[in-house]
Design a protein around this ligand. Structure first.
Ligand code: URA
Ligand code: SF4
Length: 233
């Protein structure tokens, strides 16, 4: 997909989400929150579901948890607008209760399609509900800060997942906040490793095309200490 095609696909998904009535959360939401970010990114952050402020504004992670997410990103010199940020459920569960399994299942196709369009190298999960999608059976206290391969059935064809605690948990517990800074500190290396793995798996013709259209990415292999997020071709 070209950048324009990815943007069109993401816009189409967002339009469907805004009008969606596929589960009971549609009845209590103010605005659905499809997610937002760069259509050309290699990195997708997946939270749990919108809270009060997200529901009011129709944008992900704009409340206090979002402020902390911004600081966590800043600590590795990444910017919100260079990644894509979305949630497992796109509408706010009333009183911020956990999403029910049938709500999670009803909403899953939207995240799958976002991941298909973006084809990220790295998925960063924020909290248990998001982790459960990408690391089935794992326990957050054991796997936060670790990576695994993502199953293609999630929509992400060839991605690595990095599990993190939810920023709201970090806001409640200083020890979790400290661990969250350590955990996100592993993201740049995880991205480089995932990018190298994906490049090695490319057929030679595709790899040559990437080199021509994407000199910045080629530079990244020569200079492994450069941890910037590069845009996809
Ligand atoms: N918490 C989430 O999980 N997602 C948001 O978008 C905001 C808070
Ligand atoms: Fe539709 Fe998902 Fe909102 Fe449920 S949570 S109404 S499935 S967009």
């Amino acid at each position: 997909m070209t950048s324009d095609e990815r943007k069109a696909a993401l816009d189409a998904i967002a339009a469907e989400v805004r009008d969606c009535t596929n589960c009971r959360l549609a009845q209590t939401r103010t605005r659905a929150v499809p997610g937002e970010g760069s259509p050309d990114t290699e990195v997708v952050f997946v939270g749990e579901g919108p809270g009060y402020h997200e529901d009011q504004q129709g944008r992900p992670f704009v409340g206090r948890a979002g402020e902390l997410l911004g600081k966590l990103l800043g600590s590795i010199e990444w910017r919100r607008q260079d990644v894509f940020i979305t949630n497992i459920v796109k509408c706010r569960p009333p009183d911020n209760r956990d999403p029910e399994p049938d709500e999670v299942a009803a909403c899953a196709p939207y995240l799958e399609r976002q991941l298909e369009a973006l084809n990220p190298a790295l998925v960063v999960t924020l909290g248990r509900h998001s982790m459960a999608r990408f690391m089935p059976g794992a326990r957050i206290s054991q796997v936060h800060g670790t990576t695994a391969r993502v199953a293609p059935a999630t929509g992400a064809r060839d991605a690595t997942v990095l599990a993190m605690y939810h920023p709201a948990a970090a806001l409640r517990t200083p020890a979790i906040e400290r661990e969250s800074y350590e955990d996100i500190g592993r993201a740049p290396r995880a991205l480089l490793d995932a990018r190298a793995r994906r490049a090695a798996a490319l057929p030679a013709a595709d790899a040559a095309a990437e080199t021509i259209t994407e000199p910045a990415a080629a530079d990244a292999f020569a200079e492994p200490d450069d941890l910037t997020i590069f845009q996809q071709a």
